[in-house]
Design a protein around this ligand. Structure first.
Ligand SMILES: C[S@@+](CC[C@H](N)C(=O)[O-])C[C@H]1O[C@@H](n2cnc3c(N)ncnc32)[C@H](O)[C@@H]1O
Length: 305
């Protein structure tokens, strides 16, 4: 059920509502203080990246990034439950005119642990299988670098043991594992020296996934894209692939737990939470992106404010 907050600043910023969630238009720094302490189970977000050229979604410059982000981190920590999680997908960047990389996303991680007091529960990586070979100069012309296809995702937590259950994100077993279940196997010592115990052949309903999410984000078809085209709205240029919020919302929350995306963009996190029966709150600065995000929800599901 939609969580309703009483604070006026939130009521005035409400953009739309669905059975499970509310999208607010505004600056998270101004709106988050109206969210009660310890009310959010998971923050799943992708903040503006520190790129050299400002994109349309207002990226802070690299040298100010950590200071800028720490202001939000203080609020994130306050609104999270004690066993809550903060998941940050944060893209890398090449330094201008140089075949070397910025280290801002690592500096941010260090600051979130050392200064903001979060724990690094686990680092994840999203491999974008459809990534184009850029920057052209280093990758295609000089051929001295390869495609940068991996985006880090930092899973942080307030305590050492945040709520999490990998049984909610099991993957289908590999073909060889399925064969092994059918035909059985001999336990004992392998030629490699490993000892395989008798529990190895137990079917647990799926394989435990690694800290690697493989998917592309090139979909040009879909309800969101159609809606933006039909209404002549700008499609968000840096959208989550569905698989990223889907994995973390399942893994770190249960139905009924509140999910927050403070940099919501096209509100993929809210749409996934809606489908998975988790109440959600989304905050986005740019009204045009929020307008487009309406297209992620079924016709009639959205109540306009
Ligand atoms: C990388 S995008 C998020 C994209 C999103 N994950 C999606 O799937 O569409 C970051 C978003 O943060 C928004 N933003 C930047 N500063 C903000 C702030 N202070 N408060 C709220 N939103 C902000 C930008 O407008 C941008 O849409």
């Amino acid at each position: 059920m939609t969580v309703r907050f009483r604070k006026r600043v939130l009521r005035d910023s409400e953009w739309y509502r669905t059975p499970q969630g509310t999208a607010y238009c505004g600056n998270s720094l101004e709106l988050l203080p109206a969210i009660p302490d310890g009310s959010v189970q998971a923050i799943v977000t992708s903040p503006p990246f520190a790129l050299r050229r400002k994109k349309r979604y207002g990226n802070p410059p690299e040298h100010e990034y950590v200071e800028w982000f720490l202001q939000f981190a203080k609020e994130f920590k306050r609104v999270l439950k004690e066993d809550g999680s903060l998941v940050i997908e944060i893209g890398g960047a090449w330094l201008k005119g140089s075949p070397t990389r910025s280290i801002y996303q690592f500096e941010l991680l260090v600051a979130l642990v050392r200064e903001a007091g979060f724990h690094l529960a686990e680092d994840f990586y999203w491999v974008n299988t459809a990534k184009l070979p850029t920057p052209v100069q280093w990758v295609n012309v000089e051929r001295s670098r390869v495609k940068d296809a991996v985006t880090p995702i930092w899973w942080l937590s307030k305590t050492e043991k945040p709520k999490a259950d990998n049984r909610r994100v099991l993957k289908p077993y590999s073909a060889s594992m399925q064969k092994l279940f059918r035909l059985g196997y001999n336990d004992g010592r392998r030629p490699s020296g490993h000892v395989i115990g008798s529990k190895f052949g137990t079917n647990n309903g799926g394989a435990i996934p690694p800290n690697l999410i493989e998917t592309s984000n090139t979909t040009s078809k879909g309800r969101y894209q159609d809606f933006c085209r039909d209404h002549e709205l700008v499609m968000h240029p840096a959208r989550f692939p569905r698989e990223v919020p889907d994995f973390f919302v399942r893994f770190l929350t249960e139905p009924g737990d509140l999910v927050l995306d403070p940099f919501a963009g096209s509100n993929m996190t809210g749409a996934v939470a809606e489908e998975l029966g988790r109440p959600w709150v989304a905050v986005e600065l740019n009204p045009e992106y929020l307008e487009g995000s309406v297209g992620r929800f079924e016709d009639g599901i959205v109540k306009r404010s």
